[in-house]
Ligand binder design. Structure first.
Ligand SMILES: Nc1ncnc2c1ncn2[C@@H]1O[C@H](COP(=O)(O)OP(=O)(O)O)[C@@H](O)[C@H]1O
Ligand SMILES: [Mg+2]
Length: 608
């Protein structure tokens, strides 16, 4: 799992690593929730269980066949009988191999089915969450849930079948040993209490070192992730050496944790390995005198030794599976916890579908806070007529992005703290999708996904005609550079278009906005990252982009602002001035101040 764990190796709680490993091995709540996912795989699971039963049976049968061969047929020189035993032995080996194979593939297939459905549900659920949810939840945690935890839960299915299989083998072996010879059987089982003691002593240590090893590896991963994602900054700021030093520390603590775990198992494994040897020794010692005394036959003794050897494998597996089950349960708990988070922005049952709008936007006495008591928008009223372009201006942190987020309904205004109206409809009372489909937002960092240019422009309007799409690209001046790309509109944009300039990416996202043809268009500093070469082109693009729709533009560029029908000046969440460029300059207020301080200078040096 790649989730970020901050700080020292010992701080495991933030990521919930503690709960992860110390969960119950069997949690009925998780199992109950998991069943609906397993249910569609019932046939595969049944096949796997049958295979598992066959496997356990062959595990138990082989020593018994050997005993039969030696005692009944070799001892009596019965060739025919021996050939029959050999055939049975061979058959059993084949069944053993085939059943293990079938069990493996069916359970993997079933597990993948569960995985697929779970991931799908997680994905769908995440998409329903509100901005508030994502404000509170780190991306790293979400990723680790969707990937790591779902994977753990898929493993669970395989583990549980193997565990049941191991229990059956174990039980089968014990029963057969006691049936064959009670005395020898009990003798072989004498070492079991010792094993139990060794395990009981070993487990807590093992678990602790195991947790530490996992915690430190996730720190190493997080650090790798951070440095690779931020490689530009790292190199630009020349932080490589310091980062490497810090990485060394993390890496080393991970190494130490693993060495510790290694030492521990190196100290314990010999004991675990010694026990079967001791059991075999005991059985051989007493058994051989029983053989010479004629109490038992030699084949039985050999079968016993084989049983003892087979006996400890399932035990060793079970201790590992126990941890695996605990992890799966903890993962399950977290997955279902996440799935249980009700989206906090759901349409009211009586929400109306917004009819095609003209594009009038109005805010009435709106106040808004992300955190209770800290208003970032204060009693703000604003009206934008259909087709108008309104520019929103103000210092960083003034609340510009918040304001447009309220209009796009990424956040709901609390009742009693004003209202946001589109064409006179309170946005809280309409079906969100019907609002979203008539509104587009273009952000400072253009969001392209990995796919072709065509897919990126069409986005969710997949059935837009080719002509319309090219028309849109032409309108924003993107057509020329797109046709110069290797495969034109079929050029695949890797890593969200890393190989394009920011300006080019922004033009593509403008073309996407034109294809979507919204009545209301919001640009949040969409022109901020654009170099002066692309600037002229962007201005042209904006002209066709803003035509015939209501536009709300947050911008620093004078060229973008000056043409607006209305300029709204925000400061600390309040609307302090409103008017056209000339009106506001005449007023000699904040806008005029910003203009003279900032934009005039920028314009002089040719940036704005
Ligand atoms: N998701 C958020 N959670 C909590 N506070 C936020 C969030 N987004 C913005 N803020 C705070 O709200 C204020 C206004 O931010 P913002 O609307 O982004 O301003 P602007 O876009 O004008 O720079 C800032 O003080 C900012 O720290
Ligand atoms: Mg902003």
């Amino acid at each position: 799992m790649m989730s970020a764990v901050g700080g020292r190796p010992s701080s495991t709680s933030k990521d919930g690593l503690d709960e992860e490993v110390f969960g119950n091995a069997v949690d009925p709540k998780v199992i109950r929730r998991l069943l609906p996912y397993v249910f569609p795989q019932t046939r595969l699971v049944i096949v796997a269980v049958i295979a598992m039963l066959l496997f356990a049976a062959t595990q138990v049968s082989v020593p018994w066949l050997i005993k039969l061969g030696i005692d009944r047929y070799i001892a009596n020189g019965d060739r025919g009988g021996l050939i029959m035993v050999a055939a049975l032995f061979f058959g059993s080996a084949v069944i053993n191999w085939v059943s293990l194979y079938v069990q493996d593939i069916t359970i993997t297939k079933a597990g993948q089915g569960v995985l697929l459905a779970l991931r799908r549900d997680m994905f769908a659920h995440m998409q329903k969450q509100s901005m508030r949810f994502f404000d509170k939840t780190e991306v790293g945690r979400i990723m680790s849930r969707v990937q790591g935890d779902v994977y753990q839960l898929q493993e669970f299915l395989g583990t549980i079948v193997m565990t049941v299989g191991d229990f059956l083998s174990l039980g089968g072996i014990v029963v057969v040993m006691l049936l064959l010879d009670v005395q020898l059987g009990l003798l072989a089982l004498v070492v079991l209490p010792l094993l139990a003691i060794a395990m009981a002593v070993w487990q807590p240590f093992a678990r602790r070192t195991f947790v530490e090893a996992r915690a430190t590896i996730s720190i190493v991963n997080a650090s790798l992730n951070e440095n690779i994602t931020g490689v530009r900054v790292v190199q630009a700021m020349n932080r490589q050496d310091e980062n490497l030093r810090q990485f060394d520390v993390k890496n080393r603590s991970n190494l130490n944790a693993f060495l510790g775990a290694g030492r521990l198992s190196a100290g314990v494994l010999p004991i675990v390995d010694f026990l079967p040897a001791a059991a075999i020794g005991l059985v051989l010692y007493f058994g051989s005198s029983m053989v010479s005394g004629g109490a038992i036959e030699i084949g039985l003794l050999i079968a016993f030794i084989m049983y003892i050897q087979r006996f400890f494998d399932p035990i060793r597996n079970l201790t590992m599976q126990y941890t695996q089950l605990q992890r799966a349960m903890a993962s399950g708990t977290r997955i279902f916890e996440t799935l249980d988070v009700e989206p906090d922005m759901v349409d009211a049952p009586d929400a109306e579908v917004l009819p095609p709008i003209r594009g009038e936007v109005e805010l009435r006495n709106v106040s808004f806070a992300y955190k209770q008591g800290e208003d970032v928008i204060q009693n703000l009223s604003l009206r934008i007529e259909p087709g108008q372009t309104a520019a929103i201006v103000g210092p960083t942190g003034a609340g510009k992005t918040t304001l447009v987020s309220l209009i796009a309904r990424f956040y709901d205004v609390e009742h009693g703290r004003g209202e946001v109206l589109v064409d006179g409809h309170d946005v809280r009372d309409v079906v969100r999708a019907s609002l979203a489909s008539q509104m587009s937002m273009v952000l400072q960092e253009p969001f392209l996904f990995s796919g072709t240019v065509r897919e990126n422009i069409k986005y969710n309007h997949v059935d837009v005609s080719e002509e319309k799409m090219i028309e849109a690209a032409k309108a924003v001046g993107a057509h020329t550079f797109i046709t110069k790309l290797e495969d034109g509109y079929d050029t695949y944009l890797e890593e969200r278009g890393e190989n394009l300039s920011v300006g080019q990416r922004q033009l593509i996202s403008f073309a996407r906005a034109i294809v979507a043809d919204p009545k209301i268009l919001i640009l949040d500093e969409a022109t901020a990252n654009i170099d002066s070469h692309t600037e002229a082109q962007i201005q042209l693009a904006l002209r066709s982009l803003l035509k015939d729709r209501t536009a709300i533009v947050i911008a620093h560029r004078l060229s973008t602002i000056r043409g607006a029908d209305k300029i709204v000046v925000l400061s600390q969440g309040e609307l302090v001035e409103e008017g056209t460029h000339d009106e506001l300059l005449d007023r000699d207020g904040l806008y005029s101040h910003l203009y003279h301080m900032n934009y005039a200078v920028l314009e002089e040096i040719g940036v704005a």
